[in-house]
Design a protein around this ligand. Structure first.
Ligand SMILES: [Ca+2]
Ligand SMILES: [Ca+2]
Ligand SMILES: [Zn+2]
Length: 277
């Protein structure tokens, strides 16, 4: 079925809504399933769930939220039973979900305590099972909770095993923020051997390339340049300019130093600001 249509699983989470995953009459009712981050990018990567589990609210959609949890690396809260010697490696590998070995559907408002190992790791006192958690099996109407530890675990997988999802250009805004070049020099009339520094208040640029007389000089935001040679004669075709680069868009700002009258120990620089695409 997954071969019928598939968007690149390195870029997209393929969520397939189907009529039925397994025949309920066989007693192996499955409302949905998802692949763990270890399958990221493979042909089986993604989520499938039955159309009857599509709803209008988080609670109605608890199956999709549950499968999304698996997709982003969460185990069931009852994973691994009551073992809780190290809450990062036992059970669901999440410390703020109590150990749990029950898959029973507990009526809303009632509690159950299937493990007494809570204080072995992570908890100061014994805890009831977290039956409201999206990653438990329970009555959908009672499920409404994801813990901070579960969020942290999902974010870890988003930023590691599944980080290719973040690179999809569709996740970027359609219109780039405009680069506003705002650059000035510490002095326009440096003495010989005086260092000129750049004061850079450009916004929305992510990288800089500075060129001196056409040669790459620096990629710092605010480079320095020492005017050490009194004999250099700059002409208008020799440019000292900065390119502020953001993705594919480049804006160029030119300083075109020139000398109308080369003074004995002074270098005259005209500051010229120009922008071009
Ligand atoms: Ca746990
Ligand atoms: Ca307990
Ligand atoms: Zn599950």
């Amino acid at each position: 079925m997954k071969n019928l249509i598939r968007w690149n699983p390195l870029d997209y989470n393929n969520i397939r809504v189907v009529r039925e995953i397994s025949n309920n009459s066989t007693g192996t009712s499955v409302a949905g399933y998802a692949n763990f981050p270890g399958s990221h990018g493979s042909p089986i990567d993604g989520i499938a769930f039955e159309f009857s589990a599509v709803g209008n609210t988080f609670v109605d959609n608890s199956v999709l939220v549950h499968e999304m949890g698996h997709y982003l690396g969460l185990y069931h809260t009852f994973q691994g039973g009551c073992a809780n010697n190290d809450c990062l490696t036992d059970g669901d590998h999440v410390c703020d979900t109590p150990p749990d070995q029950s898959t029973d559907a507990v009526p809303c408002g009632l509690s159950i305590n299937s493990c007494n190992t809570d204080t072995d790791s992570g908890f100061a006192t014994h805890q009831d099972d977290m039956v409201q958690n999206f990653m438990d099996y329970n009555t959908p109407a009672c499920i409404n909770q994801i813990t901070q530890g579960q969020k942290d675990r999902m974010l870890f997988f988003v930023n590691n095993d599944k980080s290719s999802l973040l690179n999809l250009s569709a996740c970027s805004s359609l219109c780039e923020d405009e680069i506003i070049v705002d650059i000035s020099l510490s002095t326009l009339f440096p003495e010989i051997n005086e260092t000129v520094s750049v004061n850079n208040n450009t916004t929305n640029a992510v990288a800089y390339s500075w060129f001196l007389n056409g040669d790459f000089y620096s990629d710092q935001a605010e480079p320095n340049f020492n005017f050490s040679d009194p004999g250099i004669r700059y002409t208008t075709d020799r440019k000292y300019y900065c390119r502020a680069i953001k993705k594919k868009k480049t804006q160029k700002m030119s300083f075109e130093p020139f000398s109308t009258k080369l003074l004995a120990n002074n270098f005259l620089m005209r500051y010229l600001k120009s922008l071009s695409a």
